[in-house]
Design a protein around this ligand. Structure first.
Ligand SMILES: [Zn+2]
Length: 280
């Protein structure tokens, strides 16, 4: 029955856990640990799916349970193959879509925007907006509106926030979650999961800005650019300014962080542990 347990674990981690985790908003107070838990749960889910065929091998070699319950083995392998196929297709679709959108946007920004000499492109547009284009030849993009509206310290906060996204490659993290999210059949997707991960990434970038410019300056900068619309090229969360403002001053909760790390370890250890059991 261990292959079935592994297949069940894969389904639970990829399809069920995201919905439950998205509801636990208190983990926003330990964003780094929470993001690690999200990653571990996704990786653990994929790992569990990958290990199902390996877990059926001992049964095949012994030739016992397979002959008694051939459907159990067949079902487990089928789930594993289905999860993998969906992940591969989703990875291809999401990757192609994101890279095309970014390349197109980067070209547009380079044609329309002026280089300020520090890797920041300035667009002549009145709406106060800031965002980054990740990937090869990454850029921070600011509009004339944000340059006119913000004093230098708040501008520094805005730029530091975007640079934090680029430094930590939050785009890759979000791409990974989008791939896993879209690999789940639409009706079974946890609607808040991707939004929650996007918010956690924003909270981390906000913290980088706070370290550089302080809470008050970062909060004011956040408010100033809250109205601006950001192109959907993989980084950035819309309409989360009030939540992010509250989290700016929230200290990290060690117990929450510990709980998130424990969940991460469990999600990563369970699949190989079940496989080991199948072979003993
Ligand atoms: Zn951001």
């Amino acid at each position: 029955m261990l292959p079935l347990a592994l297949a069940g674990l894969a389904l639970a981690l990829v399809w069920v856990a995201p919905g439950l985790m998205a509801g636990q908003t208190r983990f926003r107070r330990a964003p780094r640990a929470a993001l690690l838990a999200w990653q571990a749960v996704s990786v653990g889910g994929v790992l569990a799916a990958l290990l199902v065929p390996l877990a059926t091998l001992p049964m095949l070699l012994r030739g016992d349970e397979v002959t008694e319950h051939p459907w159990v083995t067949a079902l487990a392998v089928l789930v594993s193959v289905a999860v993998l196929l969906r992940l591969l297709v989703s990875g291809h679709l999401v990757g192609t879509r994101l890279r095309a959108a970014r390349a197109e946007h980067r070209e547009l920004v380079d044609v329309l925007g002026a280089d300020d000499g520090n890797g920041v492109r300035v667009l002549e547009h009145p709406m106060p907006t800031a965002y980054c284009i990740p990937g090869r030849g990454s850029r921070v993009v600011l509009t004339r509106g944000v340059l006119d509206a913000l004093p230098p310290d708040q501008l520094a906060a805005v730029v530091e926030h975007e640079r934090a996204h680029l430094r930590a490659r939050h785009d890759l993290l979000l791409e990974f979650f989008t791939v896993v999210h879209e690999s789940v059949p639409a009706r079974l997707r946890a609607p808040g999961a991707l939004a929650e991960v996007r918010l956690l990434v924003e909270v981390l970038a906000d913290r980088a800005a706070v370290r550089r410019t302080g809470e008050v300056t970062t909060a004011r900068a956040l408010l100033a650019v809250a109205e601006g619309r950001v192109p959907d090229i993989g980084v950035g969360a819309a309409a989360s300014a009030p939540v992010r403002m509250r989290l700016l001053t929230a200290g990290v909760q060690p117990t929450l962080a510990a709980a998130a790390y424990a969940l991460a370890v469990t999600a990563l250890v369970l699949p190989p542990a079940l496989l080991a059991l199948a072979w003993t």
